[in-house]
Design a protein around this ligand. Structure first.
Ligand code: URA
Length: 236
């Protein structure tokens, strides 16, 4: 693919702007400077720098972000900064979207992509991708409450009771809850239905993909092929 098209496809601006950056000696490709906008490169494994910043070519974007508290999962936010402000501008320009929103006070694993089919597969209720939440509860959690969550709790506006796929007591106040759905405030509403209250909420796993220990709050990274495998339905 021509260098000018590569930069444009990776979110670095209009074809004209990309051409100007190339002619201005602002680009290196696979470690070598290149000032020819028409120079042709195979995109597989391609690395490049733009004004000294290193990039890898990705035909589609698949990212994970460790969402901090007090960020909103929306492009047009109301009270807090958007999670998209934590991503570099070229990724935002590629019109990436988060897959399933977390509340502004929820932290943890969030997936972001510009691949419509992937977004649909991961978020469609039909596919029931399990998500695991670490929940800090206000009151100690007993076995009766766990059993209730596993049997199903009736939420306002829902026709039938909703059960967690799994619910494990980690300590007096902390449980791990696995949900197949992603309904509005689902964890908070389910915990309220057992007469308790969520004081802290973190998503720690989607499918078989865990939030990596070394991904610090506010940081993002590309999903690897292995990560993508872990998101497939038979990987869990
Ligand atoms: N359930 C909630 O209540 N909030 C979230 O952010 C995610 C799941």
């Amino acid at each position: 693919m021509q260098l000018e098209r590569i930069l444009h496809a990776q979110g670095f601006g209009s074809r004209k702007l990309c051409r100007i950056m190339i002619r201005n000696d602002e680009i290196t490709v696979n470690g070598e400077p290149c000032d020819d906008p028409n120079a042709d490169f195979p995109t597989t494994g391609l690395t490049f720098t733009v004004r000294g910043e290193a990039w890898e070519y990705h035909e589609k974007s698949y990212l994970m972000l460790h969402k901090p508290s007090n960020y909103e999962c929306s492009h047009k936010t109301q009270h807090h900064p958007t999670i998209y402000s934590l991503l570099p501008y070229p990724l935002v320009a590629r019109d990436v979207q988060c897959i399933g929103r977390l509340d502004e006070d929820t932290t943890g694993l969030i997936l972001i992509s510009d691949d419509g089919q992937f977004i649909h597969r991961m978020s469609s209720p039909k596919h029931k991708v399990p998500k695991v939440y670490e929940v800090v509860c206000k009151h100690p959690v007993d076995q009766q409450q766990i059993d209730h969550i596993l049997k199903g709790v009736q939420l306002v506006d829902e026709d039938a009771p909703i059960a967690a796929l799994a619910c494990t007591r980690i300590s007096d106040h902390v449980i791990h809850m696995t949900l197949a759905e992603g309904k509005y405030h689902q964890v908070k509403r389910m915990v309220a239905a057992i007469s308790n209250r969520v004081e802290g909420l973190k998503r720690i796993q989607i499918g078989a993909l865990k939030l990596p220990n070394d991904l610090v709050v506010g940081q993002w990274r590309w999903l690897t092929d292995k990560d993508l495998q872990l998101l497939k339905p038979d990987a869990a």
